[in-house]
Design a protein around this ligand. Structure first.
Ligand SMILES: Nc1ncnc2c1ncn2[C@@H]1O[C@H](COP(=O)(O)OP(=O)(O)OP(=O)(O)O)[C@@H](O)[C@H]1O
Ligand SMILES: [Mg+2]
Length: 138
C-alpha cells in the first residue's frame, strides 16, 4: 500500500500521470471516493500518460462509459447513476474488462460483483479544501 498527499488539482493529475506508467493493457483500476473527491481529475492525469490531452476526459452525464483512443484504448466508467449491476452487463462491460484496453472505473462499488478479483484499487479521501489523500492498494 502506498499513500500520497496531494495539495492541488495539478498535483493529483501529476500523480495519476506517473501512476499510469505502471499500467498495461488489460489492467482494471477502481477509483473510490466521495462525490467531488477528485476521481475524474485523476482520470484526466491518467490519460496524459497514454498520450492524450486531459480535456478528452468528461464526466458523462448519460453515458456510463467513455472511450478514449490513447496509445491503448482507455475505458472510463462512471457507475454513479447505475441502479442495478445488470445495466453494466447490458452495455457489455465485461467485454471491456477482458479486452485489450485499460479500464478505469469511478464508483466501482456499484458493479463490484462483476469485476474480476485482480483490480488495482485507489481511494481518494478529502482531507482539506484542496488536500487529498490518495491511497494505492499495492
Ligand atoms: N487536490 C485536489 N485533487 C483533485 N481535486 C481537487 C483537489 N483540490 C480541490 N479539488 C476539487 O475537487 C473537485 C473534484 O472533482 P471531480 O469531478 O474530479 O470529483 P469526482 O470524485 O470525480 O466526483 P464525482 O463522484 O461527482 O464524479 C473539483 O472541483 C476540484 O477542483
Ligand atoms: Mg467524477
Amino acid at each position: 500500500m502506498k499513500k500520497y498527499l496531494s495539495h492541488s488539482v495539478i498535483e493529483t493529475e501529476k500523480l495519476a500521470e506517473e501512476f499510469s506508467r505502471d499500467i498495461k493493457e488489460g489492467d482494471i483500476i477502481c477509483l473510490s471516493g466521495d462525490l467531488g473527491a477528485g476521481k475524474t481529475h485523476f482520470v484526466r492525469g491518467f490519460v496524459k500518460g497514454f498520450g492524450l490531452p486531459a480535456d478528452v476526459v468528461s464526466s458523462p452525464t448519460f453515458a456510463i462509459i467513455n472511450e478514449y483512443d490513447g496509445e491503448v484504448p482507455i475505458y472510463h466508467f462512471d457507475c454513479y447513476r447505475l441502479e442495478h449491476v445488470s445495466e453494466a452487463l447490458e452495455i457489455g462491460s465485461e467485454e471491456y474488462f477482458y479486452g485489450n484496453g485499460v479500464s478505469i472505473i469511478e464508483w466501482p462499488e456499484k458493479i463490484r460483483e462483476i469485476l474480476p478479483d485482480y483490480t488495482i484499487d485507489i481511494r481518494i479521501l478529502v482531507t482539506g479544501k484542496e488536500e487529498r489523500e490518495i491511497i494505492f492498494s499495492f
